[in-house]
Unconditional design. Structure first.
Length: 480
């Protein structure tokens, strides 16, 4: 706070002294706030901004309204970008103080004094300030009543989206239309937000269309499946077919999140053709993005009868191709990250198609890919059942437990109790015990030893839940 932060005060006094300006440490909090807030030195104005909320608590509601808010309004047009950027970053906490200190009058001050400042800064040319204002508006909206959300927030967004002279402003509007969808509610989203979003899909600036492609999901969650399929999906489809590859790439990266906003039954028919189109796009960068999203999309379909065989075949082929391509590390990682969800979706019936991919990913040369497999191998085991786990999964789990990379071994060790439960036979326990003992011989990292120790309770509980076995203590003895 302004009156008690002496170490910072001495530091600032030293800096100020170098500019022939003295700082009186005997100032009251209000005097100090005024001194820094109206200083000709941008560094001191920045101090005022960074300590604004503490100062408000120190001086109280009335003094904040009478003395600090006028300085805030003035600093909103400060010549230093960093001052303006930092200022909007504190608006959420300042609004919270005003409303808590005086619920009725404080709320009105937020509406009358703070919202106009944020609206002004939304049109800033400096990207950092504009983004800060966008974040501040999102925070302030959570403090507002429904009336002000429509009269103040929505109108500011519409004004921003209609700024024909500034494509950055329209791009910011797109981000806010999506980010504030939940706060604005279904009626306003159907009447205004959805309409604006669809219109911005036709924007002449490709950067605005690109931003629009990335900002459908939250609106879709609010407006209902019927509205999304009838109004938003046709506009999104145009972006999938856009002339600019950057727009199509953004559409590929956001297709799954839009699909996930709908009920599972409504995902396959409208989105599978779009995924097929993106996977066959003329741009390598678009195809790469679609390939990275394919596993997520298959998992989003949730049941095997909704997954076209062609999509599954492509997924398997992609994993096979990454083995011979050292530049495909990101693709193999995304495939590994989604593999367990794909297996869970496809079930035992399609394991014959996925078995080779499982082995390839577990032995991928990239540690981050193997780590993703180690972290999710128990989900694969749960989807396949006891017999396939012991025949197909366990040997890869042993390999991951003994991996050369600490991060892979750590990820595998977190699942050892679950694997003991999912592979309940004595022979399986002996195999897990042997792999665990081998891991412990490499346990030169205290974190690894600590993790193994933390698994003992889970291992004992897993063993206790199984029928009596002559080897029931094998896994535990490995860490003694």
């Amino acid at each position: 706070m302004f009156g008690v932060r002496k170490p910072q005060s001495k530091l600032l006094a030293g800096r100020a002294a170098s500019d022939n300006v003295e700082v009186d440490e005997n100032y009251t909090p209000l005097q100090r706030a005024h001194h820094f807030g109206t200083s000709k030195l941008s560094l001191q104005r920045l101090v005022f901004v960074n300590e604004l909320v503490d100062a408000a608590h120190d001086v109280g509601y009335e003094a904040t309204v009478a003395h600090l808010l006028p300085i805030v309004r003035k600093l909103a047009s400060d010549g230093e970008v960093l001052v303006r950027q930092s200022l909007v970053g504190h608006f959420g906490d300042l609004a919270g103080f005003l409303i808590q200190a005086n619920p009725d009058r404080g709320y009105q001050k937020v509406v009358d004094d703070m919202l106009p400042v944020v609206s002004l800064l939304l049109a800033e040319k400096q990207g950092e300030v504009r983004q800060g204002a966008a974040d501040a508006l999102t925070t302030l909206a959570s403090h507002l009543r429904p009336g002000e959300r429509s009269d103040q927030v929505l109108m500011a967004l519409i004004s921003l989206s209609h700024n024909n002279d500034d494509e950055d402003a329209r791009g910011t509007a797109v981000q806010l239309l999506n980010g504030l969808a939940e706060a604005l509610g279904q009626d306003l989203c159907r009447q205004f937000v959805g309409v604006e979003l669809v219109a911005l899909c036709e924007d002449p600036a490709f950067r605005v269309r690109k931003a629009t492609a990335s900002n459908f999901a939250e609106v879709a969650k609010v407006v209902s499946d019927e509205y999304t399929l009838a109004r938003l999906l046709p506009a999104f489809t145009k972006l999938v077919e856009d002339a600019h590859w950057g727009v199509r790439k953004a559409a590929a990266e956001s297709l799954v999140s839009l699909a996930m906003s709908l009920k599972a039954d409504n995902r396959q028919e409208p989105f599978t053709p779009l995924m097929d189109r993106l996977l066959a796009d003329t741009s390598r960068w678009v195809r790469m993005s679609a390939v990275q999203q394919l596993g997520y999309f298959i998992a989003a379909l949730e049941v095997p009868e909704r997954v076209p065989q062609t999509l599954l075949d492509q997924y398997v082929e992609i994993i096979e191709q990454t083995k011979a391509n050292p530049d495909a590390a990101d693709i193999s990682y995304h495939c590994a990250y989604t593999f367990a969800a794909v297996v869970k979706t496809m079930g035992q019936a399609q394991w014959c198609s996925l078995r080779g991919s499982f082995e390839s990913l577990c032995r991928d040369p990239q540690p981050k890919t193997r780590k993703a497999m180690a972290a999710s191998v128990h989900i694969v085991a749960e989807a396949l059942g006891e017999e396939l786990t012991e025949l197909e999964v366990l040997k890869q789990f042993e390999s991951l437990l003994e991996d050369t990379a600490n991060e892979v071994r750590l990820a595998a060790l977190k699942n050892i109790a679950t694997m003991v439960r999912l592979a309940p036979r004595d022979a399986s326990h002996r195999r897990i015990s042997k792999a665990l003992q081998s891991t412990m011989t490499k346990a030169d990292n205290w974190r690894l030893r600590h993790l193994v120790a933390s698994q003992l309770n889970g291992i004992c509980e897993a063993l206790a839940s199984l029928p009596a076995s002559t080897d029931s203590g094998a896994a535990v003895s490995a860490v003694q």
